[in-house]
Design a protein around this ligand. Structure first.
Ligand code: GAR
Length: 278
């Protein structure tokens, strides 16, 4: 019998990607079992989807942490192992002109929420992979380093509604549509400390026609997401993904490095970096 990986999911909303992943686990397209679903928003449809499949779920709201910091920053309860300067040095999400107090408030409140998230996750037993399925918060190095304990083997995946690195942020399809792109797409990637950045596992593209509305673009995009995400997760589950840094010498002698995720297409297969539709 094939060994199944244990998958946790973070969501913020409707959870149609979560549903695609649950369905793929149930019908055998993913050799995996959902260990938990967590949301930063109470009452969202995604939680109902998880409950319908008897998947344990919980909510960690970020709002109360943010409010409590605003009310009394001096007495805000930070995690014991929180090291502001170490985290600040690793993550650069803000332009240089953002006041330092705002940056500090961001990292303190996120780390407090993430610490709660990590302890809740711990109560659900070990997980092999964490999937962000419409989770609309940036994770900080506080969380990422505690979950990704082996730096060479990332295990937090995200799906983004654009062909990254174009249009990171909260409205990938909207930004693609408003820019007048002829092609839209979605990307599954391992996360790093940046916003919607990190080694790309798979991408799908679709044409945008003159007659398409933004709703058409979202519909076409989500249809691709529901296929791409389960495929990438299954490749992870079968140990078919390998993140490697390649070094190239350019014509002018300069050295260029890029990190790619190679996929092996069979158990004995070679790992290859071979295109976008996997
Ligand atoms: C999806 O389009 C996903 O790519 C996007 O949110 C939507 C969630 O839909 N994620 C992001 O924008 C992350 N930056 P869903 O809740 O129905 O899966």
């Amino acid at each position: 019998m094939v060994e199944k990986i244990r998958i946790g999911a973070l969501i913020s909303g409707g959870g149609t990607n979560l549903q695609a992943i649950i369905d793929a686990c149930e019908d055998g397209r993913i050799d995996g079992k959902m260990a938990f679903v967590a949301s930063d928003q109470p009452g969202v449809k995604g939680l109902e989807r998880a409950r319908n499949h008897n998947i344990p779920c919980f909510v960690v709201e970020y709002g109360p942490f943010i409010q409590s910091f605003r009310q009394d920053p001096a007495n805000f309860a930070l995690p014991d192992d929180f090291d502001f300067s170490a985290i600040r040095a690793k993550q650069h999400l803000f332009p240089a002109d953002v006041p330092e107090e705002r940056v500090q408030a961001f990292f303190c409140t996120r780390a407090a929420a993430e610490s709660r998230l990590l302890s809740e996750i711990d109560t659900h037993g070990p997980v092999d992979l964490l999937v962000l399925a419409g989770f609309m918060r940036n994770l900080t190095p506080y969380f990422i380093d505690r979950f990704n304990t082996d730096p060479g083997n990332p295990r937090i995946m995200n799906i983004h509604p654009a062909i990254l690195p174009s249009f990171p942020g909260v409205d990938g399809y909207g930004d693609t549509f408003r820019y007048g792109c002829k092609v839209g797409g979605c990307t599954v990637h391992f996360i790093d400390y940046g916003e919607d950045s990190g080694p790309i596992i798979g991408q799908r593209a679709f044409p945008i026609l003159e007659t398409d509305t933004l709703d058409d673009v979202k519909r076409k995009g989500l249809e691709q997401e529901w296929q791409l995400y389960p495929q990438c997760i299954q490749n992870f589950a079968r140990g078919r993904l390998k993140t490697v840094t390649l070094t190239h010498r350019l014509d002018d002698g300069r050295i260029c490095q890029r990190t790619v995720v190679k996929t092996a297409h069979s158990a004995e297969g070679e790992f290859r970096d071979d295109g976008m539709a996997r």
